[in-house]
Write a protein that binds this ligand. Structure first.
Ligand code: FES
Length: 107
């Protein structure tokens, strides 16, 4: 199992290869995923503070570019498959925005 440190919250455990967005949600964190994990909405974005979140594919890069997000530490949690421990900071949550989380992404 891998460890995901979430700033301001307890660390969570996740399986190797799990999508970060689902690891967060399945641990009770109210992460948003308004487009259902399709790299369109960017509401699932997190700031990666430490650890290797893996290479960014063009789909993710294009979504961030289209929203004017240029900070390279900001990643879409729906596009990250965990292969090591990471530390992240949540950017938006259901509680902080008042939005419904959205359709659950595919595993
Ligand atoms: S970009 Fe929409 S859920 Fe990740």
């Amino acid at each position: 199992m891998l460890t995901v440190h979430v700033e301001g919250r307890d660390a969570i455990q996740a399986a190797e290869g799990a999508k970060l967005v689902l690891a967060l949600e399945d641990s009770g964190i109210d992460v948003l995923h308004r487009c259902g994990g399709n790299a369109k909405c960017t509401t699932c974005a997190v700031e990666v503070l430490a650890g290797d979140a893996g290479a960014m594919e063009e789909l993710e890069a294009a979504a961030l570019r289209n929203k004017g997000i240029e900070d390279s530490s900001v990643r879409l949690s729906c596009q990250i498959r965990l292969h090591g421990d990471v530390s992240v900071r949540l950017i938006k949550t259901a509680a902080s925005t008042g939005l419904e989380p959205g359709t659950r992404p595919q595993p």
